[in-house]
Design a protein around this ligand. Structure first.
Ligand SMILES: [Fe+2]
Ligand SMILES: [Fe+2]
Length: 297
C-alpha cells in the first residue's frame, strides 16, 4: 500500500504583526494562512502530516514581545489541533521567546525533541524528528548545531530501522547541503550529518525548511528535500507518496488564497520569486529511491 503524507514548514504566525517583514513573508496576514491550512490538509486525508518548524516569530529578527509570543503559541497550537491526520513537528529557530531565548512556552504546547524523537508514522515507515536547537544559544547559532547526541541518536535509529525493515525519514529545521556556502542556513556540523546519512541505508530522505526555498537534491542514494515557507510565495505545502516499488513522488500544493499569494509575489522580483518556488522538479517530480526499493521491494 502506498503511503501518502504532507510536509509543511515555516508558517511564522505573528498575531497583529506591525508589518510583513522580509519578502516573501506576509506576517500581517498570518492568521488567514493558519485558518486555511487545516481544511486544505483535511480535504486530502493524508496518512500523516509533519511540520519543519518556525511556527512562530520569536527568536531573532522580529523582537516579538513575550506577551505576543505566548499568544502566538496558543493560536498556532489551536490551528494545528484542527488537522485530523496524525501530526508531528520539530522546533525552528523562531519558536523560542525573542526576549529570553527559552523554548519553554513552545514546549508546553508542541513536541520538543531532546534531542531526537522516533515515531512509527505508517507501516514500515518511521520519522526521526531532530531538534538542532536542543543544546545551543539560538541567538548565536540560528542555523542550529548537529551535536554528538543528535548524531548518536540518528545512527541508532537508522540501525534499528534497517534491522526492522523500516524506512526512516529525517526531519530537521535547517539545511543539510550547502547552497553557495557552508554557513548560510546550513546546520553547524553538517559534514558529520552528511557522513551519517551516507552510511545509514535506512534513511531515504531528509526534510528541511528554514531557507523558505523549494529544492530537491538527489545526493548519492538519498534525497534532501528543502521546502518553501507557508507564509508567503509560493504559499504551499508538499505532498509525498512513497510506493512499494521504491518511488518517491512529490507535488507542491498552493493554498487557495490567491490575493495573498499575489501580494507576496509582488514584494519580490520575478527572479527572486523563481528562487523561492524552485525549479518545476523541485516541486513536482517522481524519483526512484534505491534505498526505499531495497527496504520495501
Ligand atoms: Fe523560517
Ligand atoms: Fe528558520
Amino acid at each position: 500500500m502506498p503511503i501518502r503524507f504532507a510536509f509543511l514548514t515555516d508558517t511564522h504566525h505573528y498575531p497583529d504583526a506591525p508589518e510583513d517583514y522580509g519578502a516573501p513573508k506576509m506576517l500581517t496576514r498570518s492568521q488567514e494562512v493558519l485558518d486555511a491550512i487545516p481544511p486544505a490538509l483535511n480535504a486530502q486525508a493524508f496518512d500523516f502530516v509533519f511540520h519543519g518548524g518556525d511556527f512562530l516569530c520569536g527568536g531573532s529578527s522580529f523582537d516579538l514581545p513575550t506577551e505576543t509570543y505566548l499568544r502566538s503559541i496558543d493560536e498556532a497550537a489551536a490551528a494545528f489541533a484542527r488537522i485530523e491526520a496524525p501530526f508531528y513537528s520539530i522546533p525552528g529557530n523562531h519558536d523560542c521567546d525573542a526576549q529570553s531565548g527559552s523554548f519553554d512556552g513552545f514546549a508546553a504546547r508542541f513536541p520538543y525533541p531532546d534531542p531526537l524523537i522516533v515515531v512509527d508514522a505508517a507501516p514500515r515507515l518511521r520519522l526521526a524528528l531532530a531538534n538542532v536547537f536542543h543544546d545551543c544559544d539560538v541567538f548565536e547559532k540560528g542555523s542550529g548545531v548537529w551535536t554528538d547526541a543528535l548524531d548518536e541518536a540518528l545512527r541508532a535509529a537508522a540501525a534499528q530501522a534497517l534491522a526492522d525493515g523500516c524506512a526512516l525519514l529525517l526531519v530537521l529545521h535547517t539545511w543539510v547541503l550547502p547552497e553557495f556556502s557552508w554557513d548560510h542556513g546550513v546546520v553547524e556540523g553538517a559534514p558529520r550529518l552528511v557522513k551519517t546519512l551516507d552510511e545509514s541505508p535506512a534513511i531515504v530522505a531528509a526534510f528541511t525548511g528554514h531557507r523558505h526555498i523549494n529544492r530537491i537534491t538527489a545526493y548519492r542514494d538519498y534525497l534532501v528535500v528543502d521546502t518553501a515557507c507557508l507564509i508567503g510565495f509560493p504559499l504551499g505545502y508538499r505532498s509525498v507518496v512513497l510506493s512499494d516499488d521504491g518511488f518517491f513522488k512529490t507535488r507542491f500544493h498552493t493554498l487557495d488564497l490567491p490575493d495573498l499569494l499575489q501580494a507576496s509575489y509582488d514584494r519580490s522580483t520575478p527572479e527572486e520569486n523563481r528562487v523561492w518556488e524552485g525549479h518545476i522538479f523541485d516541486r513536482d517530480v517522481d524519483i526512484l529511491s534505491p534505498r526505499l526499493r531495497a527496504l520495501w521491494g
